[in-house]
Design a protein around this ligand. Structure first.
Ligand SMILES: C[S@@+](CC[C@H](N)C(=O)[O-])C[C@H]1O[C@@H](n2cnc3c(N)ncnc32)[C@H](O)[C@@H]1O
Length: 285
C-alpha cells in the first residue's frame, strides 16, 4: 500500500472544495443519514461531508497515523477498503476520494462499498495525466511533466483513473447515475504559506522526486536519466526559492477530479436523482 504523510495530504488538499461544491450535488448530502468516507486519510473530504450533511460521517482508513488526524474531525474506524469492518447496509452513502487510483483492483473496492451501502456510492478520483502547471520558473512545468510521465509509466495502479472510475462501478454491477468534474486549482503566490515553503525546499533538495524514484525506475526511465532529471529538478527548486526570496514566484496547478456517483442494485431512489441525469453532457466543470 502506498503511504501518504499528513503534511502531503494537507498540502495537496489545501482549499479543495472551498471554491465550489457543485460537483458534490449528486451525493444528495442534505438527505443522508450515515456516510462512510473510505480511505479518508487525514479526513480532508470527511470534513466537507460533515459540513454539508446532517447525517453522521464516519472515516475509515488502513493507516492508523492518518486516522488519528481524521479523528479530530469525525468518528473513525481502522479498516481495509476491500474488507470493510461494517455490517451490510450500514450506510446510505459510501464515498472515497483519491483511493481507487491507489488500488490495483478498483472494482473490488466498489463492490465492497456496495455491500455496506443501501443507496449511493461515490468516488472522487483525479486524472493525474491531465494536471496542468503554469509557473514563473520556466523549467518547472516541463520538468514536472517529465517526472509525471515517468511516474505514470512505472506505477502499478491507474493514477489517471479520473472519469474512468465509471467502468469500476459498472464492473461491480452498479448503475452509474452521473459523473461531474471538479478542477482543484492550487495557487502559490506571495505571501507564501508553510506548505508552499516546504514544497519549494523539497524541490531544491530533490527529496520530493526521490520519494518516487523506485516507481519511476520501474517504468522506462533509466537510473542515468533519473539522475539527470534530479539534477535539473534541484536547480529548478533553487530558482523557485530565489524567486520566493524576491516575492516573485507564482505557480498555478490545476488537477481535474471526477465525481462518479452510482446506485446499488435494488436501492430505492431516495437521492432525488435518477439515471435520466446521465443523458446530456457526461461531465461538467
Ligand atoms: C491519496 S490518499 C487520500 C486521502 C483522502 N481521501 C484525501 O483525499 O485526502 C489515499 C488514502 O487511502 C488509504 N488507503 C490506501 N489503500 C487502502 C486500503 N486498502 N484500505 C483502506 N485505506 C487505504 C491511504 O492510507 C490513504 O489515506
Amino acid at each position: 500500500m502506498r503511504e501518504f504523510s499528513e503534511s502531503y495530504l494537507s498540502r495537496t488538499r489545501e482549499g479543495m472544495w472551498d471554491d465550489s461544491r457543485l460537483a458534490l450535488e449528486p451525493l444528495a448530502l442534505e438527505s443522508r443519514d450515515r456516510i462512510l468516507d473510505v480511505g479518508c486519510g487525514t479526513g480532508e473530504l470527511s470534513r466537507v461531508l460533515a459540513a454539508e450533511s446532517p447525517g453522521e460521517v464516519v472515516g475509515c482508513d488502513a493507516d492508523p497515523a492518518l486516522l488519528a488526524a481524521a479523528s479530530e474531525h469525525v468518528p473513525t474506524v481502522a479498516g481495509d477498503a476491500l474488507r470493510l469492518p461494517f455490517a451490510d447496509d450500514a450506510f446510505d452513502l459510501v464515498v472515497c476520494q483519491a483511493l481507487l487510483i491507489n488500488l490495483p483492483e478498483p472494482a473490488a473496492a466498489v463492490a465492497e462499498f456496495a455491500r455496506v451501502s443501501t443507496d449511493l456510492i461515490a468516488a472522487v478520483e483525479p486524472d493525474n495525466a491531465a494536471v496542468e502547471i503554469d509557473s514563473s520558473v520556466d523549467a518547472e512545468g516541463r520538468l514536472e511533466r517529465r517526472a509525471r510521465r515517468a511516474y505514470l509509466d512505472g506505477v502499478n495502479t491507474d493514477v489517471a483513473l479520473g472519469a474512468d472510475a465509471r467502468e469500476a462501478f459498472q464492473n461491480a454491477g452498479l448503475e452509474v447515475l452521473e459523473t461531474r468534474q471538479y478542477d482543484h486549482v492550487r495557487t502559490v503566490e506571495p505571501p507564501y504559506g508553510e506548505g508552499a515553503l516546504t514544497a519549494a525546499r523539497r524541490k531544491a533538495t530533490g527529496d520530493g522526486l526521490a520519494d518516487d524514484r523506485e516507481t519511476m525506475l520501474a517504468g522506462e526511465l533509466t537510473a542515468g536519466e533519473y539522475d539527470d532529471l534530479r539534477g535539473a529538478w534541484r536547480e529548478m527548486g533553487r530558482d523557485v526559492i530565489e524567486q520566493m526570496r524576491d516575492r516573485e514566484y507564482r505557480r498555478e496547478e490545476v488537477v481535474p477530479f471526477y465525481v462518479t456517483v452510482g446506485r446499488v442494485p435494488g436501492a430505492e431512489s431516495g437521492s432525488g436523482i435518477d439515471s435520466g441525469a446521465e443523458s446530456g453532457a457526461e461531465t461538467e466543470s
